[in-house]
Ligand binder design. Structure first.
Ligand code: ZN
Length: 200
């Protein structure tokens, strides 16, 4: 940052009085420009395919960074929208996907890039196509996930948590005499909420 966004004069990088961090401070109007983490809102979309199997929808990135790698619909939250609106908007932009009800699933702090990921689980109909930011959109079972071609560590964590939680829930359901594999998106309220961090 070189210039003050309040008055246009130059800024200096100093620790203001009664503070303990370097900040950009205007040399003229003394405005302190605080910089805070960005929020990324996204979703792990669950879709039952034509064979009745529940799968995860993923997108292959058509944009940098990590062009060509697989991700879940997610992106920076805009001003004047809620978290759910941001996740919903990103799903439309990246996969032309209309989500139903969303449930918060994972909150992950990435201190090294000053971002917080807020990932939901959401259900959607089997109706999607690549949006402008995607090269390809596809449904995956756990064994089909391209684990070595995932765009970001937080996407890997989200998927690993999901398949681990799902397997546990299926096993609980099986113990209560429900048939294996019948766990459907209607059970997404059974999933726990994860709070974690990824540090460099
Ligand atoms: Zn100023």
């Amino acid at each position: 940052m070189n210039f003050c966004n309040q008055c246009g004069e130059t800024v200096t990088h100093i620790i203001p009085e009664n503070d303990n961090r370097l900040r950009f401070v205007c040399c003229s109007c003394k405005f302190i420009h605080y910089q805070n983490p960005n929020i990324v809102a996204g979703v792990l979309p669950l879709i039952v395919d034509s064979d009745g199997v529940e799968k995860v929808l993923m997108c292959r990135r058509a944009i940098q960074p990590r062009h060509g790698f697989w991700t879940l619909p997610a992106g920076f939250m805009e001003n004047d929208e809620t978290l759910e609106e941001a996740a919903t908007r990103e799903s439309i932009e990246e996969a032309n996907l209309k989500l139903g009800k969303l449930r918060l699933y994972m909150v992950t702090s990435l201190d090294y890039i000053s971002q917080v990921y807020m990932m939901f689980i959401g259900q959607a109909d089997n109706d999607f196509s690549p949006g402008i930011e995607s090269l390809e959109t596809r449904l995956f079972t756990e064994s089909e996930i391209p684990w070595d071609q995932l765009a970001f560590p937080v996407i890997k964590d989200t998927l690993q948590n999901y398949f681990s939680d799902r397997s546990e829930l299926v096993s609980q359901n099986t113990q209560s005499n429900q048939s294996l594999g019948k766990l459907s998106v209607t059970d997404m309220n059974s999933f726990p909420v994860h709070n974690s961090s990824i540090r460099r």
